[in-house]
Design a protein around this ligand. Sequence first.
Ligand code: PLP
Length: 245
Amino acid sequence: MMEKTLAEYREEKCRSITENLHRIQDEVAEAAIMSGRSPEEVRLMAVTKTVDAYFVNHALSEGVDLIGENYVQEILQKRPELNLEGKELQLIGHLQTNKVRQIITQVDAIQSVDSVKLAKEISKQAQKNNLTMKILLEVNIGEEDSKSGIPYDGAMDLAAEIASMEGLQIEGLMAIPPICETETEVRSYFARMNKLFIDIKGKKLDNVSMNTLSMGMSADYVPAILEGANLVRVGSSIFGARIYN
Ligand SMILES: *Cc1c(COP(=O)(O)O)cnc(C)c1O
């Protein structure tokens, strides 16, 4: 067998990304309608961790307008190669307090705010740079030790505390539910998140917009939408399995 050339490999992979995107966009739209909303009300984020800038740019050229990255170092390296005009890049991975300074001007939002300490640092660095950072509060919905996120029960109080900080705006909530055996089970986590989202929204706190409920990944974006997600974060179903070096 002849080795594939780089050009052939790229062409094939781009074709598959395009196909995947169209399929997922259709499924997202359908789920939005099934949940009583219009397709425009649910955003698809393409999660691009470990994905080569070449293929991220392909997805962006195919109409993706929101990408999510996990690692500060990877963002700093990849961002100059990305065609991000008119597009948004958001951080979805765990953020260490000492890295906030490096990332504050490089992303449009931080979805993974999981402590008061981190929020304080974002507030400080945002003010230094004269900007308002959009943030989501990450909720540890399954109360798993292995996951970061604020506890479900304390979320309301933490939202109020963090909302009082300058230089940031709480835009919503993010969650990664535990691995579940059944769709019924995962839907119950998503439903609880939606309840919290609606409860916090109802409080009408200053500096809290509660526009975004970010939940659902490759394995479960449809049930997430059916339970109220309006932003789903999909990686491997678009780009294929991730290869970590
Ligand atoms: C990697 C990642 C995703 C995407 O996961 P897939 O299963 O590949 O779709 C979504 N959200 C977060 C927070 C992630 O780290």
